[in-house]
Design a protein around this ligand. Structure first.
Ligand code: ZN
Length: 205
């Protein structure tokens, strides 16, 4: 399995391709807003996206989900964020952006293990940035969306955000055994161990 990343959109969202090199099928984590950029990356990589895993429903992460779903890509999201893909809580309106609504193909719960394209993905419920935010664990990689960033954490001032929940979610990740590479929804990549020791916003020891 190979990982590719790209950053798109005004808000610089990180999108991740998990590619099974045996069949060139790809799982996309957070497609961002730009359909064109994702289709270009898909074609440059010579892969076919079969699944889109969303960390949460905000428009900057999920803006191209409807278009991808229209071509047969299966869309996955935490159960409490599912409705935000068709209401104003995806925040597109607040930021003056267009958003094509959709109903996800699958809603996810904490601890669920997905097996897509021979890749095993564990769903970890990490509410706080939104109440339905999830992180995805794949081998030694943790995709944290807008929950945990390099030396920072996600905002909790949007609807359904909750500061206490966010810090509890991050502590839940920090309590994992050993180290993991961390791939956040915005900004630089980091590692769980580095954040345990250095994240200035999370009190952990
Ligand atoms: Zn967000």
């Amino acid at each position: 399995m190979k990982l590719y990343s790209l950053q798109t959109g005004l808000l610089g969202v990180n999108s991740y391709f998990l590619v099974n090199e045996k069949n060139n099928q790809a799982i996309l984590i957070d497609g961002g807003e730009s359909y064109k950029s994702i289709k270009k990356a898909e074609s440059d990589l010579g892969v076919k996206i079969t699944a889109l895993l969303l960390t949460h429903a905000h428009f900057d992460h999920a803006g191209n989900a409807a278009k991808l779903q229209n071509e047969g890509v299966k869309v996955y999201i935490g159960e409490k964020d599912a409705e935000k893909l068709s209401n104003s809580l995806n925040l597109a309106g607040d930021f003056g952006r267009k958003f094509e609504c959709l109903t996800p193909d699958f809603t996810l719960f904490d601890g669920q293990v997905l097996d897509i394209n021979d890749v095993k993905i564990k769903v970890i419920s990490t509410p706080g940035h939104t109440d339905g935010s999830v992180s995805y664990l794949v081998e030694d990689m943790l995709f944290t969306g807008d929950t945990l960033f390099n030396l920072s954490v996600g905002r909790t001032d949007f609807p359904t955000g909750d500061k206490t929940q966010l810090f509890n979610s991050i502590k839940k990740l920090f309590a994992f055994d050993g180290d993991y590479r961390v791939f956040p929804g915005h900004g630089e990549f980091t590692s769980l161990d580095f954040e345990r020791k250095n994240n200035p916003l999370v009190d952990y020891d």
